[in-house]
Design a protein around this ligand. Structure first.
Ligand SMILES: [Zn+2]
Ligand SMILES: [Zn+2]
Length: 386
C-alpha cells in the first residue's frame, strides 16, 4: 500500500503550513506563534479537545475515533527552531535573524497537523488519538516538561510514537532500530582556578590555562582507555575560555564547556566519575583548584521492541521497506516520553540535503505524504475498527 491519496491531495496545503512555520522560527520554549497556529488549526479540524500550556508552550489535541475502545495512542512532534542564521536562500527563509528551522521541526509539526486533520475528518479507528506538539526539543527538555505536567496520565496515553526527518536517507523512506537508538546527552562545565600574573613571571603564578589544557587532553582517555572499545561514547570539550584576553597576562581562571554522549547507564556513570577524578587529580598536581558541574540532560532514547516492530511494519506498508537505522550519538527529548510509555521513534528520509543543524539545511516537503501516511496508518492499524 503506497501513501494515502488524501495526503497527496493535501501536500500543497501542508507545504504552505510548513513554509509559514519555517519563515517564523521560534527557539526553545518561545514557540508562542507556532503553538497558537497549531492550536488554531487543531480546533478548526474539529479535534474533540485542544489544550494549550502543557509544558509551558506545548499543545495537545484529542481526536476520538468511531468505536468504543479505551485505547489511546500519542503521536508527538516538536516545534522549536535553532539559534542559527539561515543560509538556504529560499524565498520563505527565516524572517528572524539568528533563528532558523535547521532541524526540520517545521516539517514535523506540519506533518502531524496534516495527520490530525485527516484523522479528525475520517475517524476510521477505534480508540483515541492524542497529538502532542512539544516546544524546546533542542536541549531545553520541553518533552520532559510536558511529562512533568502530567501529559501521559491526563490524556490516558498508553503508547507513544515519534518521527524525525533524516538527511542522507532516501526521500520518504523509513529506518528504525529497537533498543537504544539516540544517546544520553549530558552537559559538562569545568572551571579551573589558579593565580594570574605577569606572563614573564610564570613562576609567580598558578597558570590555569596549562592546567586546563592538560585536563582537556586527559579527558580524551575516558573514551580511549576507560570505556569498553566496543561501546559508544563521546566526550567533547567545545568551549575553552580564559579570563585573560591579552598577550602578556596569565589569567586567573579558565572555563570549559562540553558534552558527554553515552548509550549505556554504565558508561554514563563511569564518564561522570572519571571527569571529576581527572579534573581534580590534574588540578591538584598543578596546584590549581577545579569546579566540575555535570548535568544529566537527555537520557538514552530506547525504542520498545513490540512497538518498534509494529512501527516498522507500518513503514513497510507505506514505503515498501524499512531499513535498519544506525545508532545516533545525538540526543532526543522524546527519550523522556519513551521512559514513561512504550513506543517507538522512526526516521523518515529527507533525501540528499545538508545535514540537520546546518545553515543550508531545509526540510524536504516531498517527504510529507510518506510522513503523514505513517502517522495515519499507525493509528488505523493499531486501533482498527471491527
Ligand atoms: Zn536538532
Ligand atoms: Zn530535531
Amino acid at each position: 500500500m503506497p501513501v494515502k491519496n488524501r495526503f497527496a491531495e493535501m501536500q500543497d496545503e501542508i507545504t504552505r503550513w510548513r513554509r509559514d512555520i519555517h519563515e517564523n522560527p521560534e527557539i526553545l520554549f518561545e514557540t508562542h506563534r507556532t503553538s497558537a497556529l497549531v492550536a488554531e488549526k487543531l480546533s478548526a479540524f474539529g479535534c474533540d479537545e485542544v489544550v494549550t500550556g502543557i509544558g509551558r508552550t506545548g499543545v495537545v489535541g484529542v481526536i476520538k475515533g468511531n468505536g468504543s475502545s479505551n485505547k489511546v495512542i500519542g503521536l508527538r512532534a516538536d516545534m522549536d527552531a535553532l539559534p542559527i542564521t539561515e543560509a538556504t536562500g529560499v524565498d520563505y527563509a527565516s524572517k528572524t535573524a539568528g533563528a532558523m528551522h535547521a532541524c526540520g521541526h517545521d516539517g514535523h509539526t506540519a506533518m502531524l497537523l496534516g495527520a490530525a486533520r485527516y484523522l479528525a475528518e475520517t475517524r476510521n479507528f477505534d480508540g483515541t488519538v492524542v497529538v502532542i506538539f512539544q516546544p524546546a526539543e533542542e536541549g531545553g527538555g520541553g518533552g520532559k516538561e510536558m511529562c512533568d505536567d502530567g501529559l501521559m496520565e491526563r490524556f490516558g496515553v498508553q503508547e507513544v510514537y515519534g518521527m524525525h526527518n533524516w538527511p542522507g536517507q532516501p526521500l520518504g523512506s523509513f529506518a528504525i532500530r529497537p533498543g537504544a537508538f539516540f544517546a544520553a546527552a549530558d552537559h559538562l562545565e569545568i572551571t579551573v582556578t589558579g593565580k594570574g600574573g605577569h606572563a614573564a613571571k610564570p613562576h609567580e603564578t598558578v597558570d590555569p590555562t596549562v592546567c586546563a589544557a592538560q585536563i582537556l587532553t586527559a579527558l580524551q582517555t575516558i573514551a580511549s582507555r576507560n570505556a569498553d572499545p566496543v561501546s559508544q561514547i563521546v566526550v567533547s570539550i567545545c568551549s575553552f575560555e580564559t579570563s585573560s584576553h591579552s598577550f602578556n597576562v596569565i589569567p586567573s581562571s579558565v572555563h570549559m564547556m562540553g558534552t558527554v554522549r553515552t548509550l549505556s547507564p554504565e558508561n554514563r556513570d563511569m564518564a561522570e566519575q572519571r571527569i571529576v577524578e581527572i579534573a581534580n587529580g590534574v588540578a591538584a598536581a598543578m596546584g590549581a583548584t577545579v569546579d566540575v558541574h555535570y548535568k544529566r540532560n537527555y537520557p538514552v532514547m530506547v525504542n520498545h521492541d513490540e512497538q518498534t516492530e509494529f512501527a516498522a511494519d507500518v513503514a513497510r506498508a507505506v514505503a515498501g521497506e524499512c531499513a535498519d537505522a544506525p545508532l545516533v550519538m545525538g540526543g532526543e527529548d522524546f527519550a523522556f516520553m519513551l521512559e514513561e510509555r512504550p513506543g517507538a521513534y522512526i526516521l523518515v528520509g529527507n533525501g540528499d540535503t545538508a545535514p540537520v543543524h546546518h545553515p543550508e539545511y531545509n526540510f524536504n516537503d516531498d517527504a510529507i505524504p510518506a510522513g503523514c501516511s505513517w502517522w495515519a496508518e499507525i493509528v488505523e492499524r493499531r486501533m482498527p475498527l471491527n
